[in-house]
Design a protein around this ligand. Structure first.
Ligand SMILES: *[C@@H]1O[C@H](CO)[C@@H](O)[C@H](O)[C@H]1NC(C)=O
Ligand SMILES: *[C@@H]1O[C@H](CO)[C@@H](O)[C@H](O)[C@H]1NC(C)=O
Ligand SMILES: *[C@@H]1O[C@H](CO)[C@@H](O)[C@H](O)[C@H]1NC(C)=O
Length: 523
């Protein structure tokens, strides 16, 4: 009887601890598109009955009435620096490496602001609530892991796209450089010698950049958490329970092993059922006999920061189309030009527009979020990438056959017109992305169900050390068995040296004597 009662109480305890848990979402990344992904995770948890508090530095576009939102904006001056940087980047060619360098130098306000946030009184209030779990929206801000330590709660990291080396490190996931192209590398499989060389060199470069970032992040961590009893940042990185990643590799590729602590939630931001569109947009799309084209250059770069000549090229070509065009443009007072087939809007429900059956083409800056939504809804694309992961996303999209990619800075009327005509008229792009869309949706659990299940798993077990790969606690030498190889090589070398030495002694003793005695005889 006592046993039964005990089990019953235990069950009750388990249920109680996962229902209506207090969850903190720390989403301070200064990117609206990152925030959309993080907020979609928060929303899934609120809908599952949890009490979610979100701290962000931007006002989120996706939210829910039951999410407790604390917005602590950047200082105006920092905001201005960020905007200037974005404008500068939109006017030049940017590699992933130059973008990272920029993040370390002129754009480091973005990292510093996330540190200053932690000592803001509006943030400090969170320490008054008893939380059960923290979700950290990751973007070069792992010093914020100190918050979870102070709250004494397990941490889940949320990352916007497929696992990158930093996420691999946190979870002990093998990076498999010989066939997993790093962000920004586009490769046909199996990867040939040159591609593998490129990937390996890039990985070394990233390792170096990591060391530089690590120095900066550790310094910030020590500044923000000067308390004596704080563990080191290194220790906290080894105490991350799980990472959510914005991918679905069995449809997107490359196929690679993923440790159990990496959970794929690619497409979390896509609504199960689209919301109805605002009336004017709905009519504009529905009434287009030839279908509609949707143009958005994303949320980081304001359209007006793209060079005016380029904007004029885009306007000229789009105004000649027989399709209706919806153009995301911030400054409605100063539009690129008037044309009866173009509708300018400064904010658009991207996901809902892409879900509309009459949307035939998406012209995009190739941000991960937009590409994912177009892939989910099977809408072919023309990509005009600008910086960061966008050129890589665009190249991969083109290689997969879902559309064409052009270089935004060097487009001409002809190149743009040809690309639009090709993707609108040749059915192969629509077919390829339609097939992908079917694969992408075919899963045992939806992205939202995965988020809810695994978050509650971590809550039930108060962390998940059972899921953690032992490799998290090994250094580079141990993990790659370099010490063992070194030992084997040492033994081999010693053996060869010893053999030579012995041979020499033997030679001197016998062969040498024989020779000497022979020469003696001749004399
Ligand atoms: C929900 O979280 C807020 C903090 O944002 C807290 O004040 C409130 O007490 C929590 N509600 C419950 C039922 O725990
Ligand atoms: C477009 O039309 C509006 C009024 O309909 C006008 O105010 C604006 O100046 C026009 N813009 C251009 C570039 O012609
Ligand atoms: C490690 O995480 C667990 C929960 O998963 C937490 O209880 C513990 O305090 C954390 N340790 C440190 C050093 O932060």
């Amino acid at each position: 009887m006592i046993g039964v009662h005990f089990v019953f109480l235990l069950l009750l305890g388990v249920v109680a601890s996962t229902q209506g848990a207090n969850i903190l979402g720390l989403f301070s990344s200064h990117s609206p598109s990152h925030l959309i992904i993080h907020m979609s995770v928060a929303k899934a948890l609120v809908k599952a009955g949890h009490n979610v508090t979100v701290v962000s530095m931007l006002k989120p576009k996706v939210t829910h009435k039951d999410i407790h939102l604390i917005v602590v904006p950047m200082k105006e001056e920092q905001e201005r620096i960020m905007e200037d940087q974005m404008t500068e980047m939109a006017g030049q060619k940017n590699s992933l490496v130059s973008t990272m360098y920029r993040l370390l130098t002129s754009m480091d306000v973005m990292i510093n602001a996330q540190a200053e946030l932690l000592s803001d009184p509006r943030f400090q209030r969170i320490y008054e609530t008893k939380f059960d779990l923290m979700i950290l929206g990751y973007f070069i801000n792992d010093f914020q892991l100190g918050v979870a330590h102070k709250l004494k709660v397990p941490v889940i990291i949320n990352w916007m796209s497929a696992p990158v080396p930093a996420i691999d490190k946190y979870t002990g996931n093998p990076s498999e450089l010989s066939y997993v192209p790093l962000m920004g590398t586009v490769a046909t499989q199996p990867m040939g010698f040159l591609k593998r060389t490129e990937n390996a060199l890039k990985s070394l470069l990233f390792e170096f950049i990591f060391v530089v970032f690590d120095y900066k992040l550790t310094r910030i961590y020590n500044d923000v958490f000067p308390e004596q009893d704080m563990p080191t940042l290194k220790e906290l990185r080894k105490n991350i329970s799980m990472a959510f990643v914005g991918s679905h590799l069995i449809s997107e590729g490359p196929i690679r092993p993923l440790v159990p602590a990496l959970i794929e939630i690619g497409g979390i931001q896509v609504k199960d059922k689209p919301d109805p569109l605002p009336k004017d947009i709905d009519q504009f799309i529905s009434n287009a006999k030839q279908g509609a084209v949707f143009l958005s250059l994303g949320s980081n770069v304001k359209s007006s920061t793209v060079r005016p000549e380029i904007v004029q090229i885009i306007f000229k070509v789009l105004s000649e189309l027989k399709e209706n065009v919806i153009w995301k443009w911030e400054d409605l007072e100063n539009t690129p030009g008037n044309s009866s087939n173009i509708l300018y809007k400064n904010w658009l429900p991207q996901d809902d527009i892409l879900a509309h059956p009459n949307t035939k083409l998406f012209i995009t800056h190739a941000g991960k979020g937009g590409i994912t939504e177009a892939q989910y809804h099977g809408v072919p694309m023309v990509a005009l990438p600008i910086f960061g992961d966008q050129p890589g996303n665009a190249a991969l999209m083109e290689k997969s056959g879902y559309g064409l990619a052009l270089d935004l800075l060097s487009i001409t009327e002809d190149s743009l017109r040809d690309a639009l005509k090709e993707v609108l008229e040749n059915q192969k792009y629509k077919q390829a992305i339609g097939q992908f869309s079917t694969l992408y949706r075919d899963r045992p659990m939806t992205a939202k169900q995965s988020v809810v299940f695994w978050t509650e798993y971590i809550l039930r077990h108060q962390g998940a050390p059972n899921l953690q790969s032992p490799s998290v606690h090994m250094n580079f030498i141990q993990l790659n068995n370099l010490d063992i190889y070194a030992l084997i090589v040492t033994i081999l070398v010693l053996f060869v040296l010893l053999t030579r030495l012995v041979a020499k002694i033997v030679w001197n003793k016998f062969g040498g004597k024989a020779k000497i005695s022979q020469t003696k005889k001749k004399q």
